[in-house]
Ligand binder design. Structure first.
Ligand code: SAH
Length: 440
């Protein structure tokens, strides 16, 4: 056996699924796996290792799990859901404790732990070198290879139908190769709302000769439960792996879909952020309202506001609410949504939080923070804290960046009043935390 290949047991797990394997002569740090599994790892540099395969399941794994064992999407699909919630809570507790916080908190599970995602971004590629064209998610620990996620469990069957049809339809076409920059098909983004609408966005390079008329006709003939309200084609020649809108065409219907949450309607365009689990988003927003308590007569500043969901929910109870968001199309959606919902005491600013705070003369009693995974830019955090709001409600989809920011917020004289975890993303290794802090 190659002397870099080792066998060992996963003896320690850390959020977000960064684990320790005990092998015969040393411990290695790997990404992935479940506590108690016997695994084969390849030692790379120092104490780093790469998980190659699971040789023996953990006693925690009581379910068969999804058939897509190589897919990098889910991590805990072999656990009974209640066990997954306990497992994640333990990891979160350890993360907090290691950062010096002894919180007494609850991690709220999700009654919809299957078929819950309202958005999927599939990539075109190959499953293995020379395979037929594939469309799905990246394989675990692989940079190029794509798993055809035919039976994905965390999406509604409508997603699987549309993905299957699309892959089949483009069977003889070429995917965009990230190494050579040749080929045309890049991504397929599907949004499906609980309100019953589907928006499909096919991302290709600019100079393609694809028969998108037949593709559109084919999609519209599919027997989906929700209604396809829009099909679009985004053109993107950039080398970046992210979807960059360099040209856009509506092939059918409209360029947005509508979701309904807590009695409010939200128009969501192809490039706007929206919580990926609508069921749990309702729980999240209700939780935010509950933690923040009575905000009558107060002014709320909602930073990183996306399509203005939280801004509007807060505005219903507050004096005024202002949202700041960097994606202009999301801000446009937010203004339209407020109009749709007859909410008048709101304002939205399209800008980087870091810059917007320099020119904003709005005095906020409460600041809501819901930053992207990286957390808050340190300079932006300084500017936020210098405004000295009475309360800060920090919603985070990444507890690692959250604890980092929390240290700074505490230093500036705030204390944690209430904290709660929410399993917004069942089966995956992500969790959400919601924390209310007030100025001492
Ligand atoms: N609060 C919203 C969105 C949260 S996601 C909701 O619940 O739906 C984070 C949002 O921050 C995204 O919409 C992203 O586009 C935006 N964003 C990222 N970096 C930003 C920055 N520097 N300034 C302003 N907004 C930013």
């Amino acid at each position: 056996m190659n002397n870099k290949i080792k066998v060992g047991k996963i003896i320690e797990v850390n959020f977000p699924n960064k684990n320790k394997v005990e092998t015969e002569n040393n411990n290695l740090n790997i990404k992935g796996g479940i506590l108690g599994q016997i695994v084969e790892v390849k030692q790379s540099r120092g104490k780093k290792g790469k998980l190659l395969k699971v040789l023996e399941k953990s006693s925690l794994e009581k379910l068969q799990g999804c058939i897509h064992t190589e897919c990098g999407g889910c991590s805990y699909d072999t656990l009974i859901y209640e066990d997954e919630v306990k497992y994640k809570k333990e990891m979160l507790k350890k993360l907090f404790e290691e950062a010096g916080f002894n919180f007494d908190f609850n991690l709220i599970g999700n009654s919809h732990y299957k078929s819950y995602r309202n958005k999927m971004e599939y990539t075109f590629g190959d499953e293995y070198k020379g395979s037929p064209i594939a469309l799905g998610l990246h394989k675990k620990n692989k940079f190029y290879e794509i798993e055809n996620t035919t039976h994905c469990q965390i999406v509604h069957q409508d997603f699987n139908k549309i993905r299957f049809f699309t892959r089949d339809f483009f069977d003889q076409e070429e995917f965009y190769n990230r190494r050579t920059h040749e080929g045309v098909l890049r991504h397929l983004v599907i949004r499906r709302t609980n309100f019953g609408e589907i928006l499909i966005n096919l991302v290709t390079t600019k100079n393609h000769t694809l028969d998108l008329k037949s593709y559109t006709e084919g999609l519209l003939k599919l027997d989906t439960e929700a209604k396809i309200v829009g099909i679009t084609n985004t053109l993107n020649d950039s080398y970046s792996d992210a979807i960059v809108n360099e040209g856009f065409e509506v092939l059918y219907g409209r360029d947005y879909c509508v979701e309904e949450l807590l009695g409010l309607k939200f128009k969501i365009g192809p490039f706007s952020f929206f919580q990926t689990n609508s069921y749990s988003a309702e729980t999240l927003y209700k939780l935010a309202q509950k933690l923040i308590g009575n905000i009558e007569n107060k002014n709320v500043l909602d930073l990183y506001s996306g399509t203005g969901t939280i801004t509007q929910i807060m505005a219903q109870k507050a004096n005024t609410a202002v949202g700041v968001e960097i994606v202009e199309s999301a801000v446009k959606d937010a203004w339209e949504n407020a109009k749709l919902n007859n909410i008048e005491n709101v304002e939205f600013i399209a800008d980087d939080v870091l810059k917007a705070l320099d020119n904003l003369d709005f005095v906020a009693d409460v600041i809501v923070l819901d930053p992207p995974r990286e957390g808050i830019h340190p300079k932006a955090l300084e500017k936020i804290l210098s405004r000295e709001p009475e309360e800060i409600l920090y919603i985070s989809c990444n507890p690692v960046s959250f604890v980092r920011d929390l240290e700074k917020i505490k230093e500036e004289g705030y204390e944690v009043k209430k904290i709660c975890g929410l399993d917004q993303f069942p089966r995956t290794n992500h969790v959400e935390t919601v924390v209310l802090m007030s100025r001492k």
